[in-house]
Design a protein. Structure first.
Lengths: 424, 424
């Protein structure tokens, strides 16, 4: 029987706090920046693991293709491009090395070279993002937006239950957790005005999303079926799709969001592999009224039970959790998104990111944006420090977290944590 | 007085046919693929010039920074990143070398190494495109579309005269002239049907556009003013924004075009620099009703008088010119587009492409898409071989050309020539 890196019985000789996202069953991948440059790395507990240091001491020799140019690299793209046969083998090898009783446990010199405290390193963008696509796949979110801005009786547009609606976003402005963003300037049309004004965004919002990272290239003209799609997904990150609601509202008809979104999107530094998320697979919402076209029909569990939460941390430091949602609420799953994305022959490439769209659940406490939480500002949120929030203010940090728990094992994403600075 | 590479009196010792786009006043840049790899190149008449061969023979030594890794490169990004002080100097140096009486004229060995017949080399993608943005800046095009799909009395949407409306496109599927594209499959909602169908696009269309290539990076959070914008534009290409009208119509509400566009966009291989286009500057349409916000106001001539035409070449070979338009018809100019794009702090990077949107003029013969030319298929085009076209058929080639003429000098883009293959 083959080795199972997800086995809940595995324990590590590295101390893993019970609330850590980085159990031995996780083994995510990211890029950390050290004095000597960028390194492909993994994590366990509060330790970052430098893969090149393991390789230099002979611990990864059973995996082919891991040369210095791959492991000492500014991005994971080359590593991911080795294919799942290699990256899964790396995850499995790391799992064995981290397990109680491994040879590495006794090798103090290599441990010193390869392990760094997470607090003391800088995590950077995990991938060079070629193209970024944002979907709109939470039914509750689309319904809430439709109720607010269109017809409450017909909140979903006619295409929504037939198509995993998506649009292209800006790849260049995706930044890693910890990178502050300035409140954007832009055009807005104030209510009742007859001409637009130029000024700072007044309705700055987050959107709680997850993004998947493409793990395998296609050629222009080729299609990925729903059944093949998981082979093309390397793993997932937390994704905050920052939105300037007032800029977006004025600009987005008829060609979609542009400056209301492209001033910045934030992702978590660790990519959790699809393999590590396998135990958290769960059923999807029924798609029977209407049933989608055959190219979007799937079998088996394609959703994931991943708890998600959003905190607002104001300058006072007294934070508040404003949203508790779950990735399982997605109506359209990632396999359907990828099959749809490529059904016309559009090519995808390693490092591309496809985000889910705002992940709202059915109840107010599970809504994934301030637009919905404050219902367009009509229901402000009381903060512990006595202030109120309709949208995000300068100096606020927005912190998103996500993790699955099953059989006593926790597998999570860490956080995406972004401070909003005043207009530059 | 400094050297003027645009001087109409300059003549070359290379033969330049009178209808050639590549006069000595042009000197565009592109990438050609030879047996030994990719090369930064220029063109004159029907000759491609391999820059590394000139450099190896000492002809570019007055220009700093032109090492082998820049000149033997799959893309122009590194070359463009040297900055206009360098790339303009290269253009000027090439102009001198190509002028009658230069030392190169007498150097048969270098000429043999550096000059290749245009017909015998493969031109490849000139830049690695990081992000691609498509604008919607022709008033006549936006008005035509508004008349057809919305209200003929209020064809322009309320934001159109205030904002250079744009949206993000797919960078990965931009291909160079000569790369055939397959007709896309996808979802469509037939008129009168109550459920969508899956099938081949029936309304495949071109859009006549020009694209500018970004020549200088900005940092996230920075803005480019209208006045600085030309410093950030390296040059222009012809751009065919292929569109599947039936797929687009069903999918695009509310977040914009996605699969209706991202199966492919085609560009010309030669980037004509902004410097070479300087003589073709012309006035812009009046923007006084309404006057745009101050950040979009500009001075001087910002439009370009560049004749554009589109031929359909059916399998019979009996082609027809279906559109004669001009880049000067743009309501929003490139400087306004770039100022708007970055006003919220969105970063741009060398190699990004911003396309104009369909460039339609005021009369039927100048409309830049079959949607407009055939007025949604109600006015089919008669082809010389007896066939008719409402949209593009399998086996058709669409060929776009563009050039300016002034004082007896012609500066042009060559062509973007794309064959449509059947569904794959």
């Amino acid at each position: 029987m083959s080795y199972n890196a997800n086995d809940p019985r595995l324990t590590s000789w590295v101390e893993v706090p019970s609330d850590s996202d980085f159990s031995i069953q996780n083994i995510p991948f990211g890029i950390c920046k050290m004095n000597d440059g960028f390194h492909v790395s993994s994590a366990i507990g509060n330790q970052v693991i430098i893969l090149s240091a393991l390789a230099e001491n002979g611990y990864l020799k059973e995996v082919e293709g891991l040369d210095d140019s791959t492991l000492k690299n500014e991005f994971l793209n080359d590593f991911i491009s080795l294919g799942k046969s290699v990256t899964s083998k790396v995850r499995e090898t790391l799992s064995k090395l981290l397990s109680v009783g491994s040879s590495l446990e006794q090798d103090a010199a290599t441990r010193k070279a390869a392990f760094v405290n997470m607090e003391s390193v800088e995590m950077t963008m995990p991938v060079r993002v070629g193209d970024y696509t944002d979907f709109y796949s939470s039914r509750d979110h689309a319904t809430n937006v439709g109720k607010m801005f269109r017809d409450p009786e017909n909140a979903l547009l006619p295409n929504w239950l037939h198509i995993p609606v998506g649009y292209h976003g800006r790849a260049s402005s995706i930044v890693v957790s910890g990178t502050p963003l300035h409140r954007p300037m832009g055009q807005q049309m104030p209510a009742g005005a007859d001409a637009p004004v130029y000024g700072a965004c007044k309705l700055l919002d987050f959107e709680l999303e997850m993004g998947f990272v493409v793990g395998k290239d296609t050629k222009l003209g080729d299609r990925i079926s729903v059944h093949e799609a998981e082979d093309y997904i390397f793993g997932l990150v937390l994704f905050n799709d920052w939105s300037a609601r007032d800029i977006q509202k004025w600009e987005y008809v008829p060609l979609g969001p542009f400056l209301g979104k492209n001033f910045g999107s934030s992702i978590s530094p660790w990519i959790v592999t699809l393999e590590a998320l396998e135990p958290f697979k769960t059923t999807s919402p029924a798609q029977d009224a209407p049933r989608p076209l055959p190219y979007l029909q799937f079998e088996g569990d394609k959703n994931y039970d991943i708890d998600l939460e959003v905190d607002i941390v104001p300058p006072s430091g007294e934070s508040k959790t404003v949203c508790r949602s779950n990735f399982k609420f997605m109506y359209w799953n990632m396999c359907q998104q990828l099959a749809h994305h490529t059904v016309n022959g559009c090519d995808v490439n390693v490092g591309d990111i496809c985000a889910s769209g705002t992940i709202s659940g059915p109840e107010r406490g599970s809504f994934g944006s301030m637009l919905e939480i404050s219902w367009r500002g009509t229901m402000p949120v009381d903060m512990p420090d006595g202030s109120v929030r309709k949208f995000i203010q300068d100096g606020d940090r927005v912190v998103m977290r996500g993790f699955g728990t099953k059989d006593g094992v926790r597998v999570g994403f860490g956080k995406v944590d972004t401070e909003i600075l005043p207009v530059k």
